[in-house]
Design a protein. Structure first.
Lengths: 321, 273
């Protein structure tokens, strides 16, 4: 008698458990159905951990890129993108890879552009991200870091950005890089140029100047190099040559990326740091001593109201070289 | 599709028990069909044993006197029926045994009904009936019920309790499902919450119906899985290997906040253009 009763009692509990589960499954299905109506991307494994140290899931990464898209999309449109994918999350022991070619299974609605690569002597089919769906698709591919070149796809050999990579060598820090960036800013403003700044998301800063795309990379690279040399003369902290980059405590004003299909990490891209830091556009007023990369992460960048790089292409400068 | 599901079900079904728990006969009017009754339903949930944290030894339940907290041996235990606050009428085991209904080893079928006319809320436990001696008579009843799509309604006494029961067919076998009494089932209309239930608006109803239609499909029991049980088993595996356990957020939270973010962002992007 006792045993039979015991079983009946247990099965009631089981029924209750099953129905709660059923509601969960049902609710989840409804949500996934609604998601399907909102995006063409078939989202998968949203609960997978992408940043193990801070327990950030793939779903949170996708959500981050969705929320940042209004600021991001105008900045990365019409550029061939280079991706760094972390299919098993950001973890030194797990695989990650650079990807230039649009991966197999790229849906037909994703815009791509085939560009012949002279160094590898073959065609590369680059992804171009002009809409939210493509951005979500990239996040769904675990393309956590996105990089872009300094020219648009139809004028590949005519850069529309000058790029200064301010890269501190330890023990120099982001704070030192900020000091150099401010020197650089004064210099550029004196030349009546309009510089914009973002954190690299790692230890450095990126300063860019939007320009009318009419010069070659040779010209822009030489111009950036020249400014770097002048800075190095004025400040002991700055080095302008690649051979000096490993000198401890120095800040390198890197001009070398000003070349066709060389890239920088795109504004608002997440980085592959354990803390999920973000390459964050800043107001110049925010660039000061004591600035810290960990102030700009997946959690707090979404809350930033300001949009320092808004309408950046309307402020293009004409470069006299 | 349905056939596929059946095959999948067969692969994951529980294994058949060896021994019957009851033997007797199905009685329909003057006809007797000797049968054996086997359990068919299992609860393969997760179960834990309580252990003493300090030395890992299993714990047991004991009956303790509420007055002096001393352990009371079984032969000093009687059953009490509370008639008023703190007033009991007592029974010892012998007295109760004497009045318990004896199983008459019969499943008495009084009529045949449409199986689907019994609501599943009444279903208790299901047992498999296997032929005892006469396979012909078993096959005859089975085939007749299958042809007519009917079930026999009657009663059975199992151990010491009498149940209403349904004799029906399931995958080419006769099975018996015990039923609950009407007084053991709540009428949901007795809940206050259902009073003055509002009629849904047409648009809302259309949306709900659309969701239901879109999500319509065939039922496949193998799609369901006790995710808690699975997770516990995974963790046991990991613990045996000495791995660390990470607590993860349930996936539906992700999907929900994504949906909200997407809706808002789409609106924002529309404005930008």
């Amino acid at each position: 008698m006792f045993r039979l009763y015991g079983c009946v009692f247990f099965s009631k509990k089981e029924i209750r458990f099953a129905s709660i589960n059923f509601i969960k499954v049902f609710w989840c299905k409804i949500v996934m159905e609604e998601l399907k109506e909102l995006t063409k991307v078939e989202l998968k494994n949203l609960d997978k951990i992408f940043y193990p140290k801070i327990n950030v899931t793939k779903g949170q990464v996708v959500e981050y890129y969705i929320k940042m898209s209004p600021k991001m999309l105008p900045l990365i449109a019409d550029r061939p993108l280079v991706l760094t994918r972390y299919p098993d999350g950001v973890d030194k022991e797990k695989v990650s890879f650079f990807e230039k070619n649009a991966p197999e299974g790229t849906p037909p609605w994703v815009k791509t552009k085939t560009i012949y690569s002279e160094t590898t002597t073959r065609d590369i089919n680059y992804v171009i991200c002009n809409d939210l769906d493509t951005l979500i698709w990239l996040a769904n591919l675990a393309a956590i870091e996105i990089h872009m070149p300094f020219s648009k796809v139809n004028t590949l050999d005519k850069p529309d950005f000058l790029f200064f990579d301010i890269d501190p060598e330890p023990p120099a820090t982001l704070s030192d890089a900020a000091e150099v960036a401010l020197l650089l800013k004064d210099k550029l403003c004196a030349l009546e140029l309009t510089p914009f700044i973002k954190t690299s998301g790692k230890k450095g800063l990126h300063v860019v100047i939007p320009i009318v795309p009419e010069h070659t990379f040779e010209k822009t690279r030489a111009f950036v190099h020249k400014i770097g040399i002048e800075l190095a003369k004025e400040s002991d902290m700055v080095v302008s040559e690649f051979k000096d980059t490993k000198k401890p405590g120095k800040v390198f004003a890197d001009y070398l990326q000003n070349s066709p299909l060389r890239t920088m990490v795109v504004p608002y891209s997440l980085r592959s740091t354990p803390e999920a830091t973000v390459s964050t556009p800043l107001q110049w007023a925010e660039v000061k001593k004591g600035i810290n990369p960990s102030d700009f992460t997946i959690f707090n960048v979404v809350k930033r109201k300001s949009n320092p790089w808004k309408n950046i292409f309307e402020k293009r400068c004409k470069l006299e070289v | 599709m349905a056939q596929e599901n059946l095959e999948k079900e067969e692969r994951v079904s529980a294994s058949a028990p060896r021994r019957p728990i009851w033997s007797g006969s199905v009685t329909i009017g003057l006809v007797n069909l000797p049968v054996k009754l086997y359990p068919m339903i299992y609860d393969k949930g997760v179960s834990f044993r309580f252990l003493h944290k300090v030395d890992g030894q299993p714990l047991k339940y004991v009956k303790m006197c509420t007055k002096d907290d001393k352990i009371v041996p079984w032969d000093e235990v009687v059953r009490g029926y509370e008639v008023a606050k703190n007033e009991y009428v007592t029974f010892d085991n012998k007295e109760l045994d004497a009045i318990k209904p004896e199983s008459d080893r019969q499943i008495r079928i009084s009529k045949f009904i449409d199986y689907f006319s019994v609501d599943p809320v009444y279903f208790g436990k299901t047992y498999a009936l296997m032929p005892d001696k006469s396979k012909e008579a078993y096959s005859l009843l089975l085939t007749a019920l299958e042809r007519k799509n009917k079930a026999g309604a009657g009663r059975i006494t199992l151990r010491t309790k009498e149940y209403p029961a349904l004799l029906h067919t399931y995958r080419g076998a006769l099975v018996l499902t015990t039923l609950r009494y009407a007084y053991d089932v709540v009428n949901p209309q007795d809940f206050e919450d259902l009073k003055k239930l509002k009629e849904p608006s047409k648009t809302e109803l259309d949306l709900a119906i659309k969701i239901v239609t879109d999500l319509s499909g065939e039922f496949d029991i193998t799609e369901f899985e006790d995710s808690y049980k699975k997770r516990v088993e995974e963790i046991i595996e990991q613990k045996l290997k000495g791995e660390k356990i990470r607590v993860e957020k349930p996936p539906e939270v992700e999907a929900k906040s994504l949906m909200v973010a997407l809706r808002e962002t789409l609106k924002q992007l529309e404005k930008q253009q």
